[in-house]
Ligand binder design. Structure first.
Ligand code: ASP
Length: 406
């Protein structure tokens, strides 16, 4: 059986098993614990390779470019794509929430802000900017601070590239390390179907389905807008800009999408995303090594859209009418909050404090949407990863590095 088919089957089996356990009232207990441990083991294996993968793939890709102008060109193309699509996503979210008005009249009973969110406090814009440059790269690597790792890897890659013949040995070492990591990833990927099944069973087994009901309209608004973005905006970019057939493309990256859905983590999905793009879509190593790790961290269309809808929903539920200027502020801060969110589960919930603060909404509002955030996290992460794959394909096309898949 092909891996993709296996992964889909796993998703289905996990969903059915989870829903069954849930309806039997098995929310906790030994079985859930065992499933939990199994799911965590799988996530650990994926996480284990993320730091070395991001570091070696970016240094290798950038050092190999040789010419700083090439790097600037790929970088510029990547960022134009990221900002444009994220902007469109937030706009769609705002349009949807203004049309559907899911929060108006919603009487949800505040559940209060969880402690972990209260402790955090909102990061300011300057905090976000300062966070990019590591004081100590080794520390950044140890803490899995992905933005800082990317920054250092970019700088080191440029320097190694500029050393020319003198940097040859180190470049080769990094390349070999990168190959070894990719080999390990190949082994871990064999476990994807089992991991997906476990994570799905756990997620659905735990979720009390009754919490969805009062928030159905909100759920529908976020998921509907995400669907429009995924099924209209990306295919448009694929057909007209990347000149790729969308159906074939979606089939090629489906394994990455299912992994994103079940792990709720763009970073944990990164190894799968890279494999899919290189093997099934034909994106060159150089482009995928450069574009994808950055994308998994800063390009989050799904999260940006969700942040905008959620903030507006909270405003509506409180009976606060946001002016056009305030909505513009939501637009800007939702984009920023998505860039600042790490590619891990629930990261968007934390950075939403930025959006709420910017327009003077109470942070307690987050309590309104907590109950359904896990399911929305799964959906927005899938769109985040899809956005990365479309971006890498588009950049590869523009760079003349999109080949027919093997
Ligand atoms: N879980 C998302 C991701 O990894 C981030 C978020 O919470 O929105 O892409």
């Amino acid at each position: 059986m092909k891996l993709t088919t296996k992964v889909f089957l796993a998703l289905l089996i996990g969903a059915v098993a989870g829903a069954t356990l849930n309806s039997l009232g098995q929310h906790e207990g030994r079985l859930m614990e065992a499933l939990d441990t199994g799911g965590k083991l799988f996530l650990r294996l994926l996480k284990m390779v993320i730091v070395p993968l991001i570091f070696t793939s970016i240094v290798h890709a950038v050092a190999g470019l040789g010419d700083l102008r090439k790097l600037t060109r790929i970088g510029a193309r990547t960022f134009v794509y990221y900002f444009t699509t994220t902007g469109i996503a937030v706009f769609l979210g705002l349009a949807a929430v203004n049309l559907a008005r899911p929060g108006v009249g919603a009487d949800l009973g505040l559940k209060g802000v969880p402690e972990r969110l209260q402790e955090q406090g909102p990061p300011s814009v300057s905090d976000l900017l300062l966070r990019v440059i590591p004081e100590n790269p080794v520390d950044a690597l140890a803490r899995t601070d992905v933005l800082q790792i990317i920054f250092f890897a970019l700088v080191l890659g440029v320097a190694l590239g500029m050393l020319g013949a003198k940097g040859q040995r180190t470049r080769e070492v990094i390349e070999e390390l990168n190959d070894a990591i990719l080999l390990i990833i190949g082994w871990v990927l064999k476990l994807v179907p089992y991991g997906v099944a476990l994570l799905m069973t756990r997620a659905l087994g735990r979720a009390g389905l009754d919490v969805f009901l009062p928030l159905l309209k909100y759920l529908g608004t976020v998921i509907g807008a995400l669907a429009v973005h995924a099924l209209l905006v990306y295919p448009f970019a694929l057909i007209f800009l990347a000149k790729v057939k969308p159906l074939q493309f979606f089939r090629g990256v489906s394994e990455a999408l299912v992994t994103a859905f079940s792990t709720s983590s763009s970073s944990a999905t990164l190894p799968v995303t890279m494999r899919c793009l290189q093997e099934n879509v034909g994106v060159s190593e150089r482009v995928s090594f450069f574009v994808l790790p950055i994308g998994a961290t800063v390009n989050m269309d799904g999260t940006a859209l969700y942040e905008a809808v959620a903030a507006m929903f909270i405003a509506q539920a409180y009976g606060i009418d946001l002016t056009l200027t305030q909505q513009l502020l939501v637009f800007l801060t939702a984009t920023l909050a998505a860039i600042g969110a790490a590619g891990i589960p629930e990261a968007g919930l934390f950075t939403m404090v930025i959006v709420l603060n910017a327009v003077g909404l109470p942070t307690e509002g987050i309590g309104l949407i907590l109950a359904v955030d896990r399911i929305l996290d799964m959906c927005r992460t899938t769109v985040n990863v899809l956005g990365d794959t479309v971006g890498a394909t588009l950049v590869a096309r523009l760079e003349g590095e999109l080949n027919a898949p093997d």
